[in-house]
Design a protein around this ligand. Structure first.
Ligand SMILES: N[C@@H](CCC(=O)N[C@@H](CS)C(=O)NCC(=O)O)C(=O)O
Length: 207
């Protein structure tokens, strides 16, 4: 039994399978060779116990001995402290990785999630499409210049940015060529494929 526990839902419908954010944590552990277990919280009965762990009633959250964390970005940064594979130890490389982790969450996902929500709910377009298009254009320019976002090598920033960009609707919206190649390259890593397959099996087991 390992101390590192990733919490996710026991079950979700077909649509979100393969995209639930516990995958980010599984993937990071696989990349870093960190032993972990996955435990479930009820999808249909989110009570006080769940809110005590995740104030928004969401997943994922993480236990690592005395450390209890929610927010996938915070969990990834915690895991990155445990492995140089996820984040270089030199100050410049670490800072660059941190910068792109925040950027994936706060400059790209901040726009892509409301746009995705607009698409799936059919609410009126409110300028989000142009905003997302602009963000994807800037990411394309960056990725046209290099293979990895930070430190000239794979880091947790690539894991997170690729996960933000691979959302099916966003991809259907049209990633630019360098971005599409980047997402394909990053998600072709064995650690991603294992994390993805394990998440699919986890939810299928509860059908
Ligand atoms: N900012 C949070 C977002 C978490 C999130 O959106 N989780 C989804 C699953 S991927 C969820 O729990 N959705 C159910 C809900 O919002 O009620 C994070 O990155 O951890």
């Amino acid at each position: 039994m390992t101390d590192l526990t990733i919490w996710t839902f026991n079950w979700v419908p077909a649509g979100p399978r393969g995209f639930v954010r516990d995958l980010r944590l599984r993937w990071a552990c696989e990349e870093a060779g960190l032993a972990y277990q996955v435990r479930s919280i009820a999808f249909d009965a989110r009570g006080p116990d769940h809110l005590a762990r995740q104030p928004f009633g969401q997943v994922p959250f993480l236990d690592d001995g005395p450390v209890r964390l929610f927010e996938s970005g915070a969990c990834l940064l915690h895991l990155a402290q445990e492995s140089e594979i996820l984040m270089p130890r030199d100050p410049a490389g670490a800072a660059e990785t941190l910068q792109w982790v925040i950027s994936a969450l706060n400059s790209v996902e901040m726009v892509s999630v409301p746009w995705w929500f607009q698409e799936i709910t059919g609410v009126a377009e409110n300028g989000l499409t142009g905003w997302l298009d602009s963000r994807l254009g800037h990411i394309e320019r960056e990725l046209s210049q290099r293979d990895w976002l930070a430190a000239d090598r794979f880091t947790v920033a690539d894991l997170l940015m690729a996960d933000v960009l691979r959302v099916a609707k966003v991809r259907a919206f049209g990633l630019r060529p360098a971005t599409e190649a980047y997402v394909a390259r990053v998600t072709d890593r064995p650690a991603f494929r294992k994390a993805h397959a394990d998440q699919m099996a986890h939810f299928a087991a509860a059908d």
